[in-house]
Design a protein around this ligand. Sequence first.
Ligand code: SAM
Length: 385
Amino acid sequence: MSYEEAFPEELRRYYRNIFGGEAEEIMASLRTPVEKYYIRVNTLKTSREKLIRILRREGLKPKRSPYLEEGIYFEREGPNFDDDYQPGLKKVVANKFAAESVYQGAMLYAPGVLNADRKIRPGDEVEIRDPKGFLVGIGTAKMSGEEMIRKMRGLAVEVTLPKFKLPSLSELESFKEGLFYAQSLPSMVVARVLEPSEEDLIIDMAAAPGGKTSHISQLMQNRGEIIAIDKSKNRLRKMEEELNRLGVKNVRLVRMDSRKLPELGIRADKILLDAPCTALGIRPKLWESRTPKDILATARYQRAFIWAAIKSLRRDGILVYSTCTISYEENEANVKYMLEKGMKLEEQNVFIASPGIDLPGVQRFYPNRHLTQGFFIAKLRKVRQ
Ligand code: SAM
């Protein structure tokens, strides 16, 4: 499958419209995992130098981010075979989620198996494909083909040659001790750009699972207070676990629809709106299913959050707006809407990507240029009540 088949025709046309000749390169990048896989040092518990020593002892090859002192990255391995490689082995078909994990070096567990050759016996070498037939890895069967389909738990295939390999970190002692949080580089820039201080009343309007909230907390040295809102009970539960693991103590979790924030009558000094979005910038995507229609609907949904954010900011308060998507409507067009509603663009203290489309004061991460997720960050000040 080529990347041309991996994106709906309308979306490819949309990308060509906004990115011109760069569209093809962007789509090709989106199909591969990030070249540099980042984690954030939890400075509430350790320092970068200490963590680097620990990770080396744990068998990894950590490198220091040149951009952020709390950033560490690992180089991606691969591709380990070409797109047209045909190993000719017995086949296991994984669901899209499991296939995307194998594609980056994870093992394949039975719940992720959609179908398998009934002749597979434990010990056989097998090829793993996604539901559209795309080869994501090769491995050794740990169960028969029939068991892989039937069983709801257990290792189905030990993946020995994934297409790419990123480090797997969640089993490490240093992870369990809360010494770091796996977070992309652009996501880390967001909390930096917010420039939180202990005196600020800060609201995070779409907070779970807590990546940016916990970063803000560490920049505030666990002092002051952050109100972290999300509407999803499950994601808030996960966030609570994460905050405990990281030792974050200055966060009040609130479950509500953030579009109703003004009803609380709070006037915040700083608001982070890491908006729910079409996530078109997330890598890797074996294939994308969203279309321009989803972009327009999501951009409309985001405007309700923007309105609520502006209402809940004090005069001169700061709003940082971010998304992990690359569309124009969810990013620059929404910022232009904010400019009509009494907001003014502010300079960003960490600016390591490209200016926006027709809007120089915002920051756009391109997967092909910056070798990161596709991402967007804007910083604004409320100049009118
Ligand atoms: N900021 C988070 C982080 O860094 O870990 C990621 C947030 S994710 C991009 C967007 C979040 O918005 C999701 O957790 C989702 O549950 C939440 N969300 C979606 N609609 C919402 C609503 N109406 N009110 C509050 N939260 C909402």
